[in-house]
Design a protein around this ligand. Structure first.
Ligand SMILES: Cc1cc2nc3c(=O)[nH]c(=O)nc-3n(C[C@H](O)[C@H](O)[C@H](O)COP(=O)(O)O)c2cc1C
Length: 180
């Protein structure tokens, strides 16, 4: 299985890194990190992105990389967190970076695309963009809490959110306690 995780400049950019870290190592994993995601990681958490072992970093400015083409085999893409900027671009078909181009390819090829929009509150522009994409088959999965998962720490919350994204990508995991 080959998966791309793109990280854009919304709050909680480290969640995208967590998703890469908590995916089984058997998955061929690629990361795309936008310039603004790097700014957010630095400003919010004083982090410069360190990728988990086995993950290949793709340059967001390299629109000749594999995921930019529909003939490149890709099983799924997660954009987490997804800024309102990236959301708007994808909803309008703007593909001027590798991450937005890869998302456009996933849509045209009708492959699994999971977006995790992060903003609060949400305005009508963002809601319309999400509705438009949901109608095209894109999974809109914002980082939201599920209190049924007995969450009592930030790590458990992150495991729950990442686990729900992996569910949407069809990836088996044991990241949180499921509802029985
Ligand atoms: C610390 C910080 C936090 C931000 N949080 C958000 C956010 O939660 N949601 C959002 O849509 N934009 C947020 N932004 C603004 C985006 O980074 C900005 O719109 C940027 O153009 C997004 O670019 P990208 O989509 O190419 O990554 C934040 C910016 C900074 C500096």
């Amino acid at each position: 299985m080959r998966i791309v995780v793109a990280i854009s400049g919304a709050s909680g950019a480290s969640l995208g890194l967590r998703a890469l870290e908590w995916m089984p190592e058997s998955i061929e994993r690629y990361a795309i990190i936008s310039d603004h995601a790097r700014v957010v990681l630095e400003k919010e958490q004083a982090l410069s992105p360190v990728l988990p072992k086995g993950v290949t970093l793709l340059d967001d400015r390299d629109i000749s990389a594999g995921p930019a083409s529909g003939s490149y085999r890709l099983d799924g893409m997660l954009l987490a967190p997804c800024s309102m900027n990236s959301l708007a671009k994808i909803a309008c078909g703007v593909a001027d970076t590798l991450s937005t181009r890869a998302a456009a390819v996933m849509i045209k090829e009708q492959r699994r695309l999971v977006l995790a929009p992060r903003e609060m509150p949400l305005d009508a522009i963002a809601l319309e963009n999400m509705l438009k994409l949901a109608r095209l088959g894109v999974v809109i999965a914002p980082p939201m809490v599920g209190y049924y998962a007995a969450i009592d720490s930030l790590e458990k919350l992150e495991r729950f959110i990442v686990g729900r994204w992996l569910d949407q990508l069809g990836i088996s995991h044991d990241l949180f306690r499921r509802w029985r």
